[in-house]
Design a protein around this ligand. Structure first.
Ligand code: PLP
Ligand code: COI
Length: 356
């Protein structure tokens, strides 16, 4: 383990829930490990990080995050390798994105090196909670929210940073039917779509529910102005293979979450000599490519979602069935390869994995 720069207070529970876990039935995000990490921010500085038994929080009814939404989070995973080591996937990327979310939401920047250390230490403290089964992992949820008890509108002076973890299996149990959204908007230029902030998810719930009522697992968001360009999905970035090229919406617009899984897929594709295009992707281009048989693969990329195959796209009331999933050479290969890196079956030549 790397040298610790910050002192972390640690208090182990005397009532572990570990023996009560049903490891063969792990619904995503409903099973919580024994401990959580908490740091309070007040008077312009971060307090001492503390790992303590998992418990409910007590909050003032005027806690400003509840009213005005200064609330951000991250999601990353730890894996048990074939050599029974613990591997965390690219925590430096989450630390950096978290700091960017802080800035956009007018919250004090959380030091990336402290973020990484806290992630390592909470995972190490609850390492028995990392599932031993292939395809399973420990989902790590760092988050931070405003804690002033004040109902005026202003950036809070006090904040709470926390991490808890959950042993999880797959987020999506089956290939996805997605609907290209033509009316509702997740994020507009100049808004907060690039930040991993709570309100982005709240805003997506109602349109996603309407999509679910029509039989879609997820929506594919389009740009707020014209709804002609594809952005991302509710829990993952969107990628296509068209004419043998990997194509995905560029994230230079401030409306798309800069995904770490997507970045990793792009880096692998380039390493394998595949042509990659990060640019505007129009809905009409995708529909035309499906019609002409040039779109061979469509999938989502995300930490919880992993590589989630898309089997059908709905657009303007029409259902476009996509090519057979077992025949999708690139996405099946990249899915296996990412798992092999995380679980230590193949060389981590990019240095993505942090081992404990
Ligand atoms: N887009 C959204 C809206 C997400 O919630 C996520 C999940 O974190 C992603 C994309 C994928 O990002 P990452 O691969 O970093 O998990
Ligand atoms: C993640 O992949 O970390 C996400 O934010 C998605 C969430 C639905 C669990």
């Amino acid at each position: 383990m790397e040298h610790s720069t910050y002192t972390i207070k640690k208090n182990r529970t005397e009532n572990s829930d570990l023996s009560r876990v049903d490891w063969d039935n792990l619904p995503f995000g409903k099973v919580f490990s024994d401990h959580m990490l908490v740091i309070d921010y007040d008077n312009g500085e971060w307090g001492t990080p503390e790992i303590m038994p998992f418990k409910n929080l007590e909050l003032h009814p005027a806690t400003s995050a509840i009213h005005y939404g200064q609330s951000i989070f991250e999601g990353l995973k730890a894996y048990r390798t074939v050599d029974n080591e613990v591997a965390i996937f690219r925590p430096d990327m989450n630390a950096k994105r978290f700091a960017e979310s802080c800035k956009r939401m007018c919250m004090p920047e959380f030091p990336p090196e402290l973020f990484e250390q806290c992630v390592r230490e909470i995972v190490d403290f609850d390492r028995e909670w990392i599932p031993k089964k292939e395809g399973y992992s420990l989902y790590i949820r760092p988050f931070m929210f405003a804690t002033d008890d004040y109902i005026g509108i202003k950036p809070s002076d006090a904040y709470k940073f926390m991490i808890f973890t959950c042993p999880v299996g797959a987020y999506y149990a089956e290939p996805l039917n997605v609907k290209i959204e033509e009316h509702y908007t997740r994020a507009a230029a100049g808004g907060v779509g690039r930040a991993k902030t709570a309100g982005n998810y709240a805003a997506s719930l109602y349109p996603a529910k309407l999509g679910k009522d029509e039989g879609y697992h997820q929506l594919v968001w389009t740009d707020a102005k014209t709804h002609e360009y594809i952005e991302e999905s509710g829990t993952m970035n969107i990628m296509f293979v068209i004419d043998g090229k990997l194509i995905t919406p560029a994230e230079d617009a401030d409306t798309i979450l800069p995904g770490i899984t997507k970045r990793s897929v792009i880096e692998l594709a380039k390493d394998w000599g595949m042509e990659v295009e990060e640019r505007q992707v129009s809905v009409s281009e995708v529909i035309k490519a499906i019609d002409e048989g040039k779109l061979t693969e469509a999938f989502g990329a995300g930490t919880a979602a992993t590589i989630a195959q898309i089997k059908m796209i709905g657009y303007k009331g029409k259902h476009y069935e996509l090519p057979s999933i077992p025949e999708r050479e690139f996405s099946n290969k990249v899915y296996r390869h990412l798992d092999d890196i995380k679980e230590g079956r193949t060389e981590d030549k990019f240095g993505w994995v942090v081992k404990l």
